[in-house]
Design a protein around this ligand. Structure first.
Ligand SMILES: [Zn+2]
Length: 98
């Protein structure tokens, strides 16, 4: 099972590895995801906003914010595996859903 503390560098919307996002003290670093455009600390603090942002993004065809960073072998389903598993858990232990 994936634990939220193991994937703090992943975008919680699309699973892209931001290399940052949240630090070990669970403080947001306001990284903007080049894939889905989500900003850590803005849309990913609560599961409800993550799910809503993701649904809107997917409905628009999951466009990359910075298409030049899109890998040639990009596989959205594979990239999203860990975050979809996390959706069953509170997004951050000290931040309960509103
Ligand atoms: Zn993202």
């Amino acid at each position: 099972m994936v634990h939220v503390l193991d994937v703090l560098s992943l975008c919680r919307v699309c699973g892209y590895d931001l290399g940052g996002g949240w630090n070990e003290k669970l403080e947001p670093e306001y990284e903007v995801c080049p894939c889905c455009g989500m900003e850590s600390g803005t849309y990913d603090q609560w599961l409800a906003t993550i799910v809503r942002y993701r649904a809107n993004w997917l409905a628009r065809g999951a466009p990359w914010l910075l298409p030049r960073l899109r890998p040639a072998n990009f596989d959205l389903r594979k990239q999203m595996e860990a975050v979809l598993e996390l959706d069953g858990l509170p997004p951050h232990p000290n931040r309960p859903d509103p």
